[in-house]
Design a protein around this ligand. Structure first.
Ligand SMILES: [Fe+2]
Ligand SMILES: [Fe+2]
Length: 179
């Protein structure tokens, strides 16, 4: 028979779940350092918001210079970054934290930067740099989370995969433009 002694017995699990029910999804078995997890999630939230703003700026500027296909790519990325921001904010609340949407200090909390870019190629390059920053910092968050908070880790893994797709899209755009 397999050794299952590392599992908590059902009676203890049931008793623990009844205590502190106001904590919602946060049970006694939650292994994460909640404050740190909320803090790094707020940095990821700021990163996503800055990325939304930058992609929106690029979308409207590219539309103005008749670069429709590139503009559409910027818009799609802006919308996806917005979805990431919403997912992250929802998780912060689930962890009994508060999502920081304060515009003061936003660019300091964000890992990625807000750069407007002089022309289309500049814009794409700046977006690519920002994606690469997000990719590195999210990868770090994921390894920090490890098995202590698998839900947050899985969410960040999903977001990371999309940032990698974004970076890939931008490289293709640069290649198409011969830049
Ligand atoms: Fe994102
Ligand atoms: Fe992205």
């Amino acid at each position: 028979m397999a050794d299952k002694s590392f599992l908590t017995d059902i009676k203890t699990l049931r008793e623990r779940a009844r205590k502190h029910i106001e904590q919602g999804a946060i049970t006694e078995g939650y292994k994460g350092d909640r404050e740190t997890v909320v803090k790094i999630l707020n940095e990821a939230l700021a990163t996503e918001i800055v990325c939304v703003l930058r992609y929106k700026r690029h979308y409207f500027m590219a539309s103005g210079i008749n670069a429709e296909s590139v503009a559409q790519e910027f818009l799609q990325h802006a919308n996806e970054e917005q979805q990431h921001a919403d997912q992250i904010a929802a998780r912060i609340v689930q962890l009994k934290g508060e999502p920081n949407f304060n515009p003061d200090g936003l660019t300091t909390r964000s890992h990625a930067e807000y750069v407007e870019g002089e022309n289309l190629v500049d814009m794409i390059k700046e977006d690519l740099v920002a994606e690469r920053i997000a990719i590195d910092s999210y990868r770090e968050m994921i390894s920090y989370l490890g098995n202590d908070d698998p839900t947050t880790r899985r969410m960040m893994e999903g977001i990371l995969a999309m940032e990698e797709e974004h970076a890939d899209d931008l490289v293709s755009l640069l290649e198409e433009m011969g830049a």
